[in-house]
Design a protein around this ligand. Structure first.
Ligand SMILES: Cc1cc2nc3c(=O)[nH]c(=O)nc-3n(C[C@H](O)[C@H](O)[C@H](O)COP(=O)(O)OP(=O)(O)OC[C@H]3O[C@@H](n4cnc5c(N)ncnc54)[C@H](O)[C@@H]3O)c2cc1C
Length: 490
């Protein structure tokens, strides 16, 4: 039996829902197919902190969208103009971001947030994640200030409600197994194994990357990546990417790198925890030091604000012996750690009154650790410590710590064991500035659009925090609008 819709959206994360809302605005009858069962739906977007990066000349531009908070009067939120967002993309990707797609992402970022608010997505300033209290003020930094109410769980609940209210039909447990270019349709398999064919005026591909498939990871990212821990949905296994490539879509961007972070060492290799979601991440390392099992440091923990280093440091952890590392803090720095992450239970970590005891509990070479800490403590420049700005309080060791260096010298000591948690892959399909999928000759494939993690070319090697959800909203909105219009013409 063949179903007919105007637009079929493949994948129900932030990008897919954004596309669905946008297609509905064009008057389209929309079917959204989601591989996961309803209880496991929402894709990676469900597991997020809901943080959205967007360009603004002043936070006042979105003040009307933000939930009331008694801290607003004491918030210091810097401007983050489009030029700064573009410069961050260029800098963190080493100049490898596609200029056309980057311009689309940045120039449409703030409007996408405002548009999502019209669909019922609720926004707040993320005090606990993106600011430090400095002289009585909540000082924000790192180009990322605003997130959704309820994080990723809230985002998906709000998206789903809006889509259902607008008449979008959602089928869960529906895994797309074939794309039909000529009739602009797909085949999907339901949870009983039965196959169904859907034809539509246009198709939006928003089925994520291949981060949850160990075989495809090892193939594209290289040796060792099959052993990474999976932070998000187990269902982003890359088959829709492969179907699109086989149908003639052009690959784009960096298929050899991905977003990966410091993640609780006891995290699962197959998928995230739906209760704890992003709480298994460990992102306060700029305040402490990070060592491997030999007790050696291996990254500059204070190279930049966390938002610009965290997505590339997972890879560095994977390269260490046993693919493991330890973030270390002491009584001075422990109160500055993100509560939701470091007070999360269960947690792979230990507390001790001496470094030797901490090393024994965590399985770190004690002599190596003592040597590292002595050298580190003795090399710190004498400047005031301020986590809210790049304070230049460096440790002049190898590797250096460029900011926020504090001697590890005050008991009790705290250590957190981390592994490499993969978030999403950077390689994807080539789309144009309207989110139309291009073929290998650079021509749009009629009626096919892509959004979210499936879009290649934006990120490489590293990533500015909070850009993934914005990308899904911007390209999802474009894809849905294009698909809706194209279906109407058809
Ligand atoms: C723990 C964690 C925290 C994060 N925090 C943030 C953050 O705060 N801010 C930010 O910007 N980014 C964050 N990210 C990254 C962000 O999740 C992604 O960039 C974004 O959610 C991708 O959206 P998407 O819609 O493309 O993919 P997803 O949300 O993953 O949706 C893809 C959907 O496609 C479905 N699918 C896959 N294959 C098929 C198939 N064959 N048929 C049908 N459906 C299929 C999947 O089941 C999934 O539901 C985080 C990621 C993780 C894992």
């Amino acid at each position: 039996m063949t179903d007919e819709f105007d637009v079929v959206v493949v994948g129900g994360g932030n990008a897919g829902f954004s596309a669905a809302h946008s297609a509905v605005e064009q008057g389209a009858r929309v079917l959204l197919l989601e591989k996961a069962p309803e209880a496991a739906a929402g894709g990676n977007s469900f597991y997020t902190a809901g943080a959205f990066r967007f360009a603004i000349d002043s936070i006042d531009e979105v003040a009307d969208l933000l939930e009331p908070d008694e801290r607003h009067a004491d918030a210091v939120v810097p401007a983050y103009p489009a030029s700064a967002f573009e410069a961050d993309m260029e800098r963190v990707t080493g100049g490898r971001c596609d200029p056309v797609l980057t311009e689309v992402l940045v120039s449409r970022s703030a409007d996408a947030v405002r548009w999502l608010a019209t669909k019922g997505i609720r926004w707040r300033l993320m005090y606990e994640r993106q600011s430090y209290l400095s002289d009585g003020k909540w000082v924000f930094s790192g180009g990322l200030f605003v997130g959704t109410v309820g994080g990723g769980k809230g985002l998906i609940a709000q998206h789903t409600r809006a889509a259902l209210e607008a008449g979008v039909e959602i089928r869960y447990g529906a895994e797309v197994t074939a794309l039909h270019l000529a009739e602009r349709g797909v085949t999907y398999r339901d949870s009983d194994g039965a196959e169904h064919r859907v034809t539509a005026g246009a198709v939006v591909l928003s089925a994520g990357g291949f981060e949850s498939d160990p075989r495809r990871r090892a193939e594209h990212l290289g040796e060792g990546w099959d052993r990474a821990l999976v932070r998000g949905t187990p269902t982003n296994t890359g088959e829709v990417l492969e179907l699109a490539l086989a149908a003639g879509a052009a690959p784009h961007g960096d298929w050899g790198s991905c977003h990966s972070v410091a993640w609780d060492a006891d995290g699962s290799p197959t998928g995230g925890n739906r209760e704890l979601t992003n709480q298994l991440t460990r992102q306060s390392y700029p305040i402490g030091i990070v060592v491997n099992v030999d007790g050696d440091r291996f990254v500059d923990e204070g190279a930049d604000f966390r938002n610009y280093t965290y997505a590339k440091y997972g890879r560095e952890i994977l390269r260490q012996p046993q693919g493991r590392a330890f973030q270390l803090f002491d009584a001075k720095t422990r109160p500055l750690l993100r509560k939701e992450e470091y007070d999360s239970r269960p947690i792979a970590g230990a507390q001790a009154d001496s470094l030797a005891e901490l090393a024994a509990r965590l399985g770190i070479d004690a002599a190596g650790l003592q040597r590292t800490v002595d050298e580190f403590n003795g090399s710190i420049v004498d400047r005031p410590f301020d986590p809210a700005v790049k304070d230049g309080r460096a440790a002049r060791v190898d590797p250096p710590k460029s900011n926020w260096a504090q001697a590890l010298d005050t008991a009790p000591y705290y250590g957190y064991a981390v592994g490499c948690g993969i978030t999403f892959t950077f390689g994807g399909l080539h789309v144009d500035e309207s989110a139309r999928v291009l073929d290998t000759g650079g021509r749009p494939i009629e009626g096919f659009y892509a959004a979210g993690e499936m879009v290649g070319g934006l990120f490489s090697g590293n990533y500015p925090g909070g850009s993934g959800l914005t990308s899904g909203a911007v390209f999802g909105r474009l894809a849905g609008a294009g698909a809706g219009r194209s279906a109407r013409r058809g």
